[in-house]
Design a protein around this ligand. Sequence first.
Ligand SMILES: Nc1ncnc2c1ncn2[C@@H]1O[C@H](COP(=O)(O)OP(=O)(O)O)[C@@H](O)[C@H]1O
Ligand SMILES: CSC[C@H]1O[C@H](OP(=O)(O)O)[C@H](O)[C@@H]1O
Length: 399
Amino acid sequence: MTAYHIFTPDDALRFADRHSELFGDHSKLSAVEFGDGNLNLVFRVSNDKGTSLIVKQALPYARCVGESWPLSTDRARIEAEVLQQHGRFCPQHTVEVLHFEPALSAILMEDLKQYQILRSELVKGKTFAHLASQMATYLAQTLFYSSDFVLSGSVKKAAVARFINPELCLITEDLFFTDPYCNHERNTIHALILPRARQLWQDEKLQAEVAALKADFLSKPQALLHGDVHSGSIFINADNCKVIDAEFGFYGPIGFDVGSLLGNLLLNYVACPGLFAPAQAEQQQAYLLAQIRELWQQFASQFSQLMACETQDSALQNSRYQQHFLQQVLADSLGYAGCELIRRTVGLAHVADLEKITDATKRAEAELRAIELGRALIMQRAQLPQMDAVLTLVQQFAL
Ligand SMILES: Nc1ncnc2c1ncn2[C@@H]1O[C@H](COP(=O)(O)OP(=O)(O)O)[C@@H](O)[C@H]1O
Ligand SMILES: CSC[C@H]1O[C@H](OP(=O)(O)O)[C@H](O)[C@@H]1O
C-alpha cells in the first residue's frame, strides 16, 4: 500500500491513470493543480484527446492557513463516502466519485468542466431557472433517504457513527456559532462595519438564539448532511447542477443544509445593489426571491410526499407529526441561513458576493444588510410560519 505523501501534479496524474480506464492506452497525460478552496489540493488530469478527470487530495492541514492549522486527512474519506451515499439517492445532482484511496486521502472524480461554480455566475449576474427545483430535489432526496423515516434504528446508528466528523464539525461550530459573536482573532472585519460587529459581541438576545442553533447542530442527527452547501459547492450550467465538496458531512439537523443554501442566495441578494447597476440589481433580486420561494415550496412538497409514501417506521407515519417536523425544518433553516449571513460578513471565511463589491461604502452597506437580515431571521425564525412571510421580511433588506 502506498504511504501518504502530498501529491505533485505527476503523482496526481499517475493516480488518475492507475484508477481509471477512461484515458485508454497511449494517451499523453498532463496534470495541473488549480484548487481555490480553503482546504485541499485539486488537480485536473487531462489527455491529449480532451478527456479529463479531477483528483482531490486532503492535506494534513488547512490549505488557506498552512501547517499551523493541522487537520485530519480522514475528511477525504468523509467527503468520498458522503458523495457516494448522496450519489445513490440523487445521482443527477451529485458529482460522481470514481475511486477513493484511503491511504493517500485522494479522490478521483468526474470533471465538471462543462459547468461553472454557482457563486461566480451569480456574482456576474447570471441566472438559472432550474436552480431551485434541482437543488430542492437534491436536498429532499439526500436528506430524506438518510433519515429515521427510512433507516432502521440500528442501521441509522451505524451510519451516524461512520460519519462522525469531529474536526470539520468543530470548524463549523467555531466559525458559524462562536467567532462572529466575540472578538476572535480569526475574524476578518472591514473597518467600516467594525462598530456593528462590536454590537454583535454584546447582543445577548441574539447570542441566546445562536446558542440554541448551535446546540441543535451538536445534537440533532436527523440526516446525513452535505454540511457546507454554499454556492461555491454547486456547479451549474444551462441544464443541470451538481454538488461537490462534502467533507463537512455528518449526521445533523436537516435545516442546516437547507439554511446554508438559503443563506448563500440571500448573501447574493444583499450584495446586488453593490454589484450591479440599479435596474440589474432589482432584476437579480427578483430572480433570487422567486428561486428562494420555489426552493422551499419544492423541498417541502417533495419531502412531504416522501414522508407520506416512503416512511418505514410506523410511529413516524403520523401525518400531524410529519407536518410539525417540516415546520421545524423551516424554522431551523431560517436560523442557519441567518448564521451563514452573519459569519460570512464578520467571520473568517468571506464570500465573493460581498468581497467583489469594489466601492468600500457600498460593500459596507451590503454587509450591514447581511448582518441585519441574518439577525432578523435568527430572532424571528419561529414566528415565520410560511415562506411568503420570510420573503416579505427579506424585501425590507433589498437596499
Ligand atoms: N469535480 C470537479 N470538477 C471540476 N472542478 C472541480 C471539481 N471539484 C473541484 N473543482 C475545482 O476546485 C475548486 C476547489 O474545490 P473544492 O472541492 O471546493 O475544494 P476545497 O475542499 O478545498 O474547498 C472548485 O472551486 C472548482 O474550481
Ligand atoms: C477554514 S475552512 C473555512 C470555510 O471553508 C469551507 O468552505 P470551502 O472549503 O468550500 O471553501 C467552509 O465553508 C468553512 O467554514
